[in-house]
Design a protein around this ligand. Structure first.
Ligand code: 5GP
Length: 195
């Protein structure tokens, strides 16, 4: 998605440890005009798919997922990160190792909001090592719902997540795939770039 790649080049900041900061438009300050275009693009890419629910993970996936969901006219459910242990029975749970925070946390979704008959699209802001999407896919499987696919705004193609998710047979659509990024020069290249 050219508009997105241009914006990443303009406003993305390459940080140490393979972290791309996009706080100016994606996950702190949020450019809702860009989000609208992102929603249209996911709708276009999953036009053939039957989807009745979008599942994301708090916090930074929520804004994007809501605007995507408006295109599909379906509800959004977000997995909560929790420390509460005594909730088994009412929720589906999985574990996710955080790329940005380097720790493992539990994620939960109420059984009320996900179940057999649901056709679920996963949405998230970033794909790095794939742990967030894998955790969400686990919740879908545990609920008996059908996983239709996953959409991420930015895939870091030099990390293992994209291959891991595709190897599981999950249909994955990434709107921008970063091929390389240089902390010193700030240069970012994309997988489909002509240059
Ligand atoms: P994964 O589970 O695929 O390793 O990482 C995905 C999650 O980590 C996303 O939900 C996102 O919030 C966060 N993340 C991973 N890489 C980056 C990055 O380079 N920049 C930012 N801002 N978040 C990232």
């Amino acid at each position: 998605m050219q508009l997105l790649k241009d914006r990443i080049r303009k406003d993305g900041v390459v940080k140490a440890g393979n972290v791309l900061k996009v706080d100016r438009f994606l996950n702190h300050q949020m450019d809702t005009d860009l989000f609208y275009e992102i929603g249209l693009e996911f709708k276009r890419r999953f036009a053939d798919a039957e989807i009745n629910k979008i599942l994301t993970i708090e916090a930074s996936g929520i804004g994007i997922a809501c605007i995507v969901a408006q295109q599909f006219h379906v509800p959004v459910v977000f997995a909560k990160k929790t420390k509460t242990k005594n909730i088994a029975g009412e929720v589906y749970t999985s574990k996710v190792e955080s790329f940005t925070h380097g720790r493992v946390y539990d994620i939960i979704v109420s059984r009320e909001f996900l179940g057999k008959g649901d056709k679920v699209l996963l949405i998230d802001d970033f794909l790095a090592n794939g742990k967030a999407l894998e955790g969400l896919a686990d919740l879908v499987e545990a609920s008996g719902a059908e996983l239709v696919g996953a959409g991420v705004v930015i895939e870091k193609g030099f990390q293992v997540g994209g291959d891991a998710i595709r190897a599981k047979g999950i249909r994955l659509e990434s709107l921008a795939i970063v091929e390389s990024m240089n902390e010193e020069t700030g240069e970012i290249t994309f997988r489909d770039d002509e240059a």
